[in-house]
Design a protein around this ligand. Structure first.
Ligand code: UDP
Length: 329
Protein backbone atom coordinates (compact mmCIF):
# COMPACT_ATOMS: atom_id res chain seq x y z
CA UNK A 1 0.00 0.00 0.00
CA UNK A 2 1.00 3.62 -0.43
CA UNK A 3 0.72 5.11 3.03
CA UNK A 4 0.89 8.74 4.15
CA UNK A 5 2.32 8.98 7.66
CA UNK A 6 1.88 12.35 9.35
CA UNK A 7 4.38 12.81 12.15
CA UNK A 8 6.49 10.00 10.73
CA UNK A 9 9.67 11.69 12.00
CA UNK A 10 8.51 11.40 15.61
CA UNK A 11 9.08 8.71 18.20
CA UNK A 12 6.20 6.32 17.48
CA UNK A 13 5.67 7.36 13.85
CA UNK A 14 9.28 6.63 12.89
CA UNK A 15 9.12 3.10 14.31
CA UNK A 16 5.85 2.46 12.49
CA UNK A 17 7.42 3.71 9.23
CA UNK A 18 10.34 1.30 9.67
CA UNK A 19 7.90 -1.60 10.11
CA UNK A 20 5.75 -0.48 7.16
CA UNK A 21 8.81 -0.37 4.92
CA UNK A 22 10.01 -3.76 6.16
CA UNK A 23 6.56 -5.13 5.27
CA UNK A 24 6.87 -3.79 1.72
CA UNK A 25 4.66 -0.70 1.90
CA UNK A 26 5.52 2.63 0.22
CA UNK A 27 5.79 5.37 2.80
CA UNK A 28 5.45 9.13 2.45
CA UNK A 29 6.19 11.02 5.67
CA UNK A 30 4.60 14.41 6.22
CA UNK A 31 6.22 16.22 9.12
CA UNK A 32 7.15 19.81 9.95
CA UNK A 33 10.06 18.61 12.12
CA UNK A 34 8.87 20.87 14.92
CA UNK A 35 9.30 17.89 17.23
CA UNK A 36 10.41 15.08 14.93
CA UNK A 37 13.88 14.39 13.57
CA UNK A 38 15.00 14.12 9.97
CA UNK A 39 17.39 11.32 10.86
CA UNK A 40 14.59 9.25 12.31
CA UNK A 41 13.05 8.99 8.84
CA UNK A 42 14.18 5.97 6.87
CA UNK A 43 15.98 6.82 3.60
CA UNK A 44 13.48 4.46 1.99
CA UNK A 45 10.61 6.79 2.89
CA UNK A 46 9.94 10.06 1.13
CA UNK A 47 9.97 12.98 3.56
CA UNK A 48 7.80 15.98 2.77
CA UNK A 49 8.26 18.95 5.07
CA UNK A 50 4.96 20.53 5.90
CA UNK A 51 2.38 21.41 8.47
CA UNK A 52 -1.23 20.27 8.61
CA UNK A 53 -2.35 23.89 8.74
CA UNK A 54 -1.06 24.28 5.16
CA UNK A 55 -4.25 23.20 3.39
CA UNK A 56 -2.99 24.00 -0.11
CA UNK A 57 0.20 22.03 0.49
CA UNK A 58 -1.78 19.08 1.82
CA UNK A 59 -4.12 19.15 -1.14
CA UNK A 60 -1.14 19.10 -3.54
CA UNK A 61 0.24 16.01 -1.82
CA UNK A 62 -3.09 14.19 -1.94
CA UNK A 63 -3.42 15.12 -5.61
CA UNK A 64 0.08 13.94 -6.45
CA UNK A 65 -0.07 10.57 -4.69
CA UNK A 66 -2.89 8.12 -4.63
CA UNK A 67 -2.72 7.04 -1.02
CA UNK A 68 -4.27 3.77 0.04
CA UNK A 69 -4.20 4.79 3.68
CA UNK A 70 -3.23 7.57 6.07
CA UNK A 71 -1.70 7.09 9.50
CA UNK A 72 -1.95 10.19 11.63
CA UNK A 73 0.68 10.65 14.35
CA UNK A 74 1.39 14.40 14.08
CA UNK A 75 0.08 15.94 17.29
CA UNK A 76 1.02 17.72 20.48
CA UNK A 77 1.37 15.10 23.19
CA UNK A 78 2.06 16.60 26.60
CA UNK A 79 -0.79 16.43 29.07
CA UNK A 80 0.90 18.95 31.38
CA UNK A 81 1.49 21.50 28.62
CA UNK A 82 -2.09 21.08 27.39
CA UNK A 83 -3.32 22.44 30.71
CA UNK A 84 -1.35 25.63 30.10
CA UNK A 85 -2.00 26.09 26.37
CA UNK A 86 -5.43 24.60 25.55
CA UNK A 87 -5.70 26.54 22.29
CA UNK A 88 -2.54 24.97 20.91
CA UNK A 89 -3.89 21.48 21.64
CA UNK A 90 -7.28 22.05 20.08
CA UNK A 91 -5.59 23.60 17.03
CA UNK A 92 -2.75 21.07 16.58
CA UNK A 93 -4.76 18.00 17.47
CA UNK A 94 -8.41 18.66 16.71
CA UNK A 95 -8.41 21.28 13.95
CA UNK A 96 -5.44 19.66 12.17
CA UNK A 97 -7.25 16.31 12.14
CA UNK A 98 -10.28 17.96 10.53
CA UNK A 99 -8.08 19.42 7.79
CA UNK A 100 -6.56 16.01 7.18
CA UNK A 101 -9.88 14.12 7.20
CA UNK A 102 -11.29 16.59 4.68
CA UNK A 103 -8.42 15.73 2.32
CA UNK A 104 -9.11 12.02 2.73
CA UNK A 105 -12.78 12.54 1.85
CA UNK A 106 -12.00 14.88 -1.04
CA UNK A 107 -9.54 12.42 -2.57
CA UNK A 108 -11.37 9.20 -1.86
CA UNK A 109 -8.84 7.80 0.65
CA UNK A 110 -10.83 5.41 2.75
CA UNK A 111 -8.44 4.07 5.40
CA UNK A 112 -7.33 6.03 8.44
CA UNK A 113 -5.30 4.96 11.45
CA UNK A 114 -5.49 7.45 14.31
CA UNK A 115 -3.10 7.86 17.25
CA UNK A 116 -5.45 8.10 20.17
CA UNK A 117 -4.68 7.95 23.85
CA UNK A 118 -5.49 6.52 27.26
CA UNK A 119 -6.00 10.14 28.33
CA UNK A 120 -9.53 9.80 26.86
CA UNK A 121 -10.58 7.83 29.93
CA UNK A 122 -9.57 10.42 32.54
CA UNK A 123 -9.99 8.87 35.99
CA UNK A 124 -11.39 5.51 34.90
CA UNK A 125 -14.29 3.74 36.54
CA UNK A 126 -12.37 0.48 36.79
CA UNK A 127 -9.02 -1.05 36.06
CA UNK A 128 -7.94 -2.46 33.67
CA UNK A 129 -9.86 -0.18 31.31
CA UNK A 130 -11.86 -1.65 28.43
CA UNK A 131 -12.71 0.28 25.28
CA UNK A 132 -16.39 0.71 26.15
CA UNK A 133 -15.65 2.44 29.49
CA UNK A 134 -16.65 6.08 29.96
CA UNK A 135 -14.62 8.71 28.14
CA UNK A 136 -14.09 11.66 30.47
CA UNK A 137 -10.67 13.26 29.97
CA UNK A 138 -9.08 15.18 32.84
CA UNK A 139 -6.78 17.17 30.58
CA UNK A 140 -7.02 19.14 27.34
CA UNK A 141 -4.74 16.72 25.55
CA UNK A 142 -7.24 13.90 26.10
CA UNK A 143 -10.18 16.14 25.16
CA UNK A 144 -8.47 17.27 21.94
CA UNK A 145 -8.12 13.61 20.89
CA UNK A 146 -11.59 12.63 22.08
CA UNK A 147 -13.07 15.27 19.78
CA UNK A 148 -11.38 13.53 16.85
CA UNK A 149 -12.69 10.15 17.97
CA UNK A 150 -16.17 11.65 18.04
CA UNK A 151 -15.80 12.90 14.46
CA UNK A 152 -14.60 9.63 13.00
CA UNK A 153 -17.98 7.80 13.09
CA UNK A 154 -19.50 10.68 11.10
CA UNK A 155 -16.82 10.42 8.41
CA UNK A 156 -17.49 6.69 8.43
CA UNK A 157 -21.23 7.15 8.06
CA UNK A 158 -21.10 9.95 5.49
CA UNK A 159 -17.97 9.14 3.45
CA UNK A 160 -17.54 5.43 4.10
CA UNK A 161 -14.26 5.95 5.97
CA UNK A 162 -12.73 2.83 7.50
CA UNK A 163 -10.76 3.79 10.58
CA UNK A 164 -8.81 2.38 13.48
CA UNK A 165 -8.41 4.46 16.59
CA UNK A 166 -5.55 3.15 18.69
CA UNK A 167 -5.56 4.30 22.29
CA UNK A 168 -1.97 4.23 23.44
CA UNK A 169 -1.11 3.87 27.06
CA UNK A 170 2.52 4.90 27.85
CA UNK A 171 4.89 4.30 24.96
CA UNK A 172 8.38 3.31 26.09
CA UNK A 173 11.60 1.73 24.87
CA UNK A 174 13.53 1.91 21.63
CA UNK A 175 14.69 -0.15 18.70
CA UNK A 176 18.42 -0.33 17.93
CA UNK A 177 18.08 2.67 15.60
CA UNK A 178 15.06 4.64 16.78
CA UNK A 179 14.35 6.06 20.20
CA UNK A 180 12.63 8.75 22.21
CA UNK A 181 14.09 12.25 22.11
CA UNK A 182 11.93 15.25 22.89
CA UNK A 183 13.10 18.76 23.49
CA UNK A 184 12.33 19.75 26.15
CA UNK A 185 11.93 16.25 27.54
CA UNK A 186 8.89 15.80 29.77
CA UNK A 187 8.41 12.02 29.80
CA UNK A 188 9.26 9.92 32.79
CA UNK A 189 11.60 7.26 31.38
CA UNK A 190 13.77 9.52 29.17
CA UNK A 191 14.13 11.95 32.09
CA UNK A 192 15.26 9.11 34.38
CA UNK A 193 17.87 8.14 31.79
CA UNK A 194 19.05 11.74 31.53
CA UNK A 195 19.52 11.82 35.30
CA UNK A 196 21.38 8.48 35.14
CA UNK A 197 23.67 9.90 32.46
CA UNK A 198 24.43 12.98 34.54
CA UNK A 199 22.55 15.36 32.25
CA UNK A 200 20.08 16.36 34.94
CA UNK A 201 20.34 16.63 38.68
CA UNK A 202 17.18 14.76 39.58
CA UNK A 203 13.72 13.62 38.62
CA UNK A 204 10.81 15.56 40.02
CA UNK A 205 8.07 13.18 41.17
CA UNK A 206 4.77 14.84 40.36
CA UNK A 207 2.49 13.94 43.24
CA UNK A 208 2.93 11.53 46.14
CA UNK A 209 -0.59 11.72 47.57
CA UNK A 210 -2.58 9.82 44.93
CA UNK A 211 -4.82 6.95 45.97
CA UNK A 212 -2.34 4.36 44.82
CA UNK A 213 -0.24 1.87 46.83
CA UNK A 214 2.76 4.21 47.14
CA UNK A 215 0.99 7.52 46.46
CA UNK A 216 2.51 8.07 43.00
CA UNK A 217 0.71 7.73 39.66
CA UNK A 218 0.39 4.32 38.05
CA UNK A 219 0.81 3.83 34.30
CA UNK A 220 0.81 0.94 31.83
CA UNK A 221 3.96 0.98 29.68
CA UNK A 222 4.07 -0.55 26.22
CA UNK A 223 7.12 -1.01 23.99
CA UNK A 224 7.19 1.20 20.92
CA UNK A 225 7.85 -1.80 18.63
CA UNK A 226 4.75 -3.52 20.00
CA UNK A 227 2.74 -0.34 19.46
CA UNK A 228 4.04 -0.23 15.91
CA UNK A 229 3.10 -3.84 15.17
CA UNK A 230 -0.47 -3.06 16.27
CA UNK A 231 -0.60 -0.36 13.58
CA UNK A 232 0.32 -2.81 10.87
CA UNK A 233 -2.33 -5.24 12.08
CA UNK A 234 -4.90 -2.43 12.11
CA UNK A 235 -3.93 -1.35 8.60
CA UNK A 236 -4.30 -4.88 7.30
CA UNK A 237 -7.68 -5.22 9.01
CA UNK A 238 -8.87 -2.00 7.34
CA UNK A 239 -7.68 -3.29 3.99
CA UNK A 240 -9.62 -6.55 4.08
CA UNK A 241 -12.69 -6.78 1.88
CA UNK A 242 -16.12 -5.99 3.23
CA UNK A 243 -18.00 -3.10 4.79
CA UNK A 244 -16.09 0.01 5.98
CA UNK A 245 -14.76 -0.67 9.44
CA UNK A 246 -14.69 1.16 12.74
CA UNK A 247 -12.02 -0.25 15.01
CA UNK A 248 -11.14 1.03 18.47
CA UNK A 249 -8.42 -0.62 20.52
CA UNK A 250 -6.50 -0.05 23.73
CA UNK A 251 -2.79 -0.71 23.50
CA UNK A 252 -1.11 -1.56 26.78
CA UNK A 253 0.19 -4.52 28.73
CA UNK A 254 -2.46 -4.73 31.43
CA UNK A 255 0.02 -4.06 34.23
CA UNK A 256 0.53 -0.82 36.10
CA UNK A 257 3.79 0.59 37.46
CA UNK A 258 3.96 3.52 39.86
CA UNK A 259 6.40 6.36 39.29
CA UNK A 260 8.44 5.04 42.23
CA UNK A 261 8.52 1.54 40.71
CA UNK A 262 9.71 2.95 37.38
CA UNK A 263 12.47 4.85 39.19
CA UNK A 264 13.59 1.60 40.87
CA UNK A 265 13.66 -0.26 37.55
CA UNK A 266 15.65 2.57 35.93
CA UNK A 267 18.16 2.44 38.82
CA UNK A 268 18.63 -1.31 38.33
CA UNK A 269 18.91 -1.15 34.54
CA UNK A 270 21.37 1.74 34.50
CA UNK A 271 23.20 0.76 37.70
CA UNK A 272 23.17 4.46 38.57
CA UNK A 273 21.86 6.31 41.57
CA UNK A 274 19.04 8.37 40.21
CA UNK A 275 18.10 11.22 42.50
CA UNK A 276 14.44 12.10 42.81
CA UNK A 277 12.64 14.96 44.52
CA UNK A 278 9.00 14.78 45.59
CA UNK A 279 6.80 17.60 44.37
CA UNK A 280 3.18 18.62 43.89
CA UNK A 281 0.83 16.91 41.44
CA UNK A 282 0.99 17.89 37.77
CA UNK A 283 -2.43 19.31 36.80
CA UNK A 284 -4.56 16.92 34.76
CA UNK A 285 -2.78 13.65 35.66
CA UNK A 286 -5.17 10.76 36.40
CA UNK A 287 -4.03 8.51 39.27
CA UNK A 288 -4.11 5.15 37.49
CA UNK A 289 -4.23 4.22 33.79
CA UNK A 290 -3.99 0.53 33.01
CA UNK A 291 -5.29 -1.03 29.80
CA UNK A 292 -7.11 -4.16 28.97
CA UNK A 293 -5.90 -4.96 25.45
CA UNK A 294 -7.83 -8.20 25.21
CA UNK A 295 -9.87 -6.85 22.31
CA UNK A 296 -6.99 -6.31 19.88
CA UNK A 297 -5.36 -9.55 20.99
CA UNK A 298 -8.58 -11.41 20.26
CA UNK A 299 -9.64 -9.59 17.08
CA UNK A 300 -6.30 -9.04 15.36
CA UNK A 301 -3.96 -11.44 17.14
CA UNK A 302 -1.78 -8.68 18.61
CA UNK A 303 0.96 -10.32 20.63
CA UNK A 304 3.38 -7.91 22.36
CA UNK A 305 6.96 -9.16 22.33
CA UNK A 306 8.51 -6.81 24.89
CA UNK A 307 6.00 -6.62 27.69
CA UNK A 308 8.49 -6.49 30.59
CA UNK A 309 9.23 -2.98 31.81
CA UNK A 310 12.92 -3.70 32.49
CA UNK A 311 13.30 -4.82 28.86
CA UNK A 312 11.68 -1.56 27.69
CA UNK A 313 13.92 0.55 29.92
CA UNK A 314 17.02 -1.43 28.86
CA UNK A 315 16.25 -0.86 25.20
CA UNK A 316 15.77 2.87 25.85
CA UNK A 317 19.04 3.00 27.84
CA UNK A 318 20.87 1.18 25.06
CA UNK A 319 19.59 3.67 22.48
CA UNK A 320 20.37 6.61 24.74
CA UNK A 321 23.96 5.48 25.21
CA UNK A 322 24.48 5.04 21.47
CA UNK A 323 22.84 8.40 20.72
CA UNK A 324 24.12 10.67 23.47
CA UNK A 325 23.23 13.75 21.42
CA UNK A 326 19.93 12.35 20.17
CA UNK A 327 19.51 12.56 16.41
CA UNK A 328 21.76 15.65 16.08
CA UNK A 329 19.71 17.23 13.34
N1 UDP B 1 6.16 12.07 35.85
C1 UDP B 1 6.88 12.54 36.95
N2 UDP B 1 7.94 13.36 36.72
C2 UDP B 1 8.33 13.75 35.47
C3 UDP B 1 7.58 13.25 34.36
C4 UDP B 1 6.50 12.42 34.60
O1 UDP B 1 6.56 12.23 38.09
O2 UDP B 1 9.27 14.51 35.33
C5 UDP B 1 4.99 11.20 36.08
C6 UDP B 1 3.70 11.80 35.54
O3 UDP B 1 3.08 12.62 36.50
C7 UDP B 1 2.90 10.54 35.21
C8 UDP B 1 3.97 9.52 34.85
O4 UDP B 1 5.19 10.01 35.38
O5 UDP B 1 2.23 10.08 36.35
C9 UDP B 1 4.11 9.34 33.35
O6 UDP B 1 4.23 10.62 32.77
P1 UDP B 1 4.63 10.88 31.28
O7 UDP B 1 4.71 12.37 31.10
O8 UDP B 1 5.85 10.08 30.94
O9 UDP B 1 3.43 10.26 30.43
P2 UDP B 1 1.83 10.52 30.52
O10 UDP B 1 1.30 9.50 31.47
O11 UDP B 1 1.60 11.94 30.94
O12 UDP B 1 1.39 10.25 29.11
Amino acid sequence: MKVLVTGGAGYIGSVVCAQLIAAGHDVVVYDDLSKGHKRAVSPKAELILGNLEDRAGLRDIFQKYKFDAVMHFAASIEAGESMKSPGRYFRNNTAAAIALLEQLSEHGVSRFVFSSTAALYGNPERSPIVETDALQPTNVYGESKLLVERMLPWFHRIHGLSYASLRYFNAAGATAELGEMHSPETHLIPILLQVAAGRRESLTVFGTDYETPDGTCVRDYVHVSDLASAHLLALNALATEGQPKQLIYNLGNGRGFSVRQVIEIARKVTACTIASVDAARRPGDPAILVASSEKIRRDLGWNPQYSELDVMVSSAWNWFQHHPQGYED
